[in-house]
Design a protein around this ligand. Structure first.
Ligand SMILES: [Zn+2]
Length: 76
C-alpha cells in the first residue's frame, strides 16, 4: 500500500492563500513544518474542507441527504 500520497490543504496566515501540500500520512503524523507555497511563511494553519457537511441543513427545503458515493475517499 505504498505510494499513496494524500494532499493536505493549508491556509497561510501571512498572505491568505490556500495551498496544498502532498506528504505521506507518516510524514503528516509527525507534525512537519509546512511553508506557504506563495510567500514561504511557515505561519500556516490546516484548512478543513469537506468536513462540515452535516450542519445547518434544517433550512426548510427538501433535505435529500446524500450520503456516500460522492467520490471522497482517503480518510479511514
Ligand atoms: Zn503565504
Amino acid at each position: 500500500m505504498r505510494g499513496i500520497v494524500p494532499a493536505y490543504e493549508y491556509d497561510c496566515q501571512e498572505c491568505g492563500e490556500r495551498f496544498e501540500v502532498r506528504m505521506s500520512i507518516a510524514a503528516y503524523s509527525e507534525g512537519p513544518t509546512v511553508a506557504c507555497g506563495f510567500c514561504g511563511s511557515t505561519k500556516v494553519t490546516r484548512a478543513f474542507s469537506a468536513v462540515n457537511v452535516l450542519t445547518g441543513s434544517r433550512s426548510g427545503g427538501a433535505p435529500a441527504p446524500r450520503v456516500g458515493g460522492c467520490g471522497h475517499s482517503g480518510f479511514s
